[in-house]
Design a protein around this ligand. Structure first.
Ligand SMILES: [Zn+2]
Length: 293
């Protein structure tokens, strides 16, 4: 095996040409028995312990990397206690800077009792959002290695305090060289926050388009996280709709697609669809006290 002809991977390439990204781009990839991963021209070469080489397309792996880093994670992934969205923070004087908490309350049925969730509630209760000043102290607080509770996301300069973003940012030159000059660091939090803001804007535009501002066509959702024994499993999402306004009694609401099961991964698409179809979305748990599911 002429190993000396292979190029060593630089730090950016090591993040891109991983087993996970090769698998994402080449579904038949077998991630066992690997002696090394190398690059040659347009190929990514995986050498097995017995010396056999498998060749994969370098460009496809780059695309898989970027798609995965910027993927849209589920709606609950970045909500704080009581389904609260990210909070605008003015503690460093920059516009469009948000404190985004990890979705610790929605990991599973019992996760609201975890230390992360309790610390998040204390963070809000003690109003630490407004008492911590400066990016450094806020990032140290949120990204604490022992107890990370969230991230500082700056839409003003498209950045995030999370490890994924920071890793790309630190070696940006190598990423540009490997992927393209136009490459910009990204992460799941930036993608999520932009989607969340787009949803709120579209919802507000729909309400503004209703003559008296009081919507009749309304949809509402309720969510129960996965069972504690299957924290990576599906939660249960229920959607109701009515044309009698959001204060309508329970009997005036119909269940959306009653025979179909929905979960946390369906909510983004359903929220945008509600707005598209002229139904103003509500969080049933917080906005519709008259209905208990
Ligand atoms: Zn991030």
């Amino acid at each position: 095996m002429a190993q000396q002809t292979y190029n060593e991977l630089n730090p950016a390439q090591k993040l891109i040409y991983t087993c996970s990204n090769i698998k994402r781009s080449h579904v038949d990839f077998d991630d066992s028995d690997i002696a090394g991963i190398y690059l040659r021209d347009n190929s990514c070469i995986v050498v097995r312990n017995d010396g056999v080489e498998n060749i994969y397309q370098r460009d496809l792996i780059k695309i898989a990397y970027a798609e995965n880093v910027n993927r849209l994670v589920n709606f609950f992934h970045n909500l704080g206690p009581n389904y609260s969205g990210p909070s605008l923070w003015i503690g460093d004087g920059q516009p469009e800077t948000y404190v985004m908490l990890r979705g610790a309350h929605y990991w599973h049925q019992e996760s609201k009792n975890t230390l992360v969730a309790k610390t998040q509630r204390k963070f809000i209760q003690d109003n630490e959002l407004n008492s911590i000043k400066g990016t450094g102290p806020m990032v140290s607080f949120l990204e604490n290695d022992h107890l990370p509770i969230g991230h500082l996301v700056k839409l003003c300069n498209n950045s995030c305090s999370c490890h994924s973003f920071q890793k790309q940012y630190r070696i940006l030159d190598l990423f540009k060289e490997e992927i393209s000059e136009a490459f910009e660091p990204g992460c799941i939090h930036l993608t999520w926050l932009k989607t969340y803001k787009r949803f709120l804007q579209q919802r507000a535009a729909l309400i503004n388009s209703i003559p008296n501002g009081i919507p009749k066509k309304c949809a509402a959702w309720w969510y129960a996280p996965p069972d504690v024994k299957h924290p990576r499993g599906y939660g249960k999402l229920i959607i109701l709709y009515t044309d009698q306004g959001h204060l309508a009694k329970k009997k005036e609401w119909k269940t959306y697609m009653v025979n179909k099961d929905f979960n946390q991964y369906d909510l983004w698409q359903k929220l945008f669809k509600m707005v598209e179809n002229g139904y103003v979305p509500f969080n049933g748990q917080t906005a519709l006290p008259q209905i208990k599911l």
